[in-house]
Design a protein around this ligand. Structure first.
Ligand SMILES: [Zn+2]
Length: 148
């Protein structure tokens, strides 16, 4: 059996980050749609978010995206550290997702250290590896890219 992974067929040399793109959908046997989006923050193979900044972005986007989009299943970091996958029950429009990403990144810039959720050894799998400073720096860079 050949497994099709949508993002493995994407030509990463032809994309222009930042962007939001549909990256596949599944219809459950009950008829619900589960949609996956590619939230690309940085240009693939040219730049990548360092792990501490990526990790803090992950913790912050987990809350900020759920506040803005209904029925979020997950906001998961890409292993290449150039973006996140957003998985949602339903199929919100790309404009709505992009607005939520932009709003969330603006929220990241205003976040204080004590407001980063789950940064203890009990709550996180690598609590020492966080950088709110880095998260803010990269949020600024991505926001500038969305304005272009
Ligand atoms: Zn963590």
């Amino acid at each position: 059996m050949e497994i099709e992974v949508e993002s493995f067929n994407l030509d990463h040399t032809q994309v222009d980050a930042p962007y939001v793109r549909e990256a596949g959908r599944i219809e459950t046997p009950q008829g619900d749609l589960i949609q996956k989006y590619d939230l690309r923050l940085l240009q693939p193979n040219e730049n990548a978010v360092p792990t501490g900044a990526m990790h803090t972005l992950e913790h912050l986007l987990a809350g900020y995206m759920r506040e803005r989009i209904d029925n979020v299943v997950d906001v998961a970091p890409m292993g290449c550290r150039t973006g996140f996958y957003l998985i949602v029950v339903g199929s919100p429009e790309l404009d709505e997702i992009e607005e939520a990403v932009v709003d969330s990144l603006q929220e990241v810039i205003k976040t204080e250290m004590e407001d980063v959720p789950a940064t203890t050894a009990r709550e996180c799998g690598n609590y020492r590896d966080h950088s709110l400073f880095g998260a803010k720096e990269y949020a600024e860079e991505v926001l500038a890219g969305f304005k272009e």
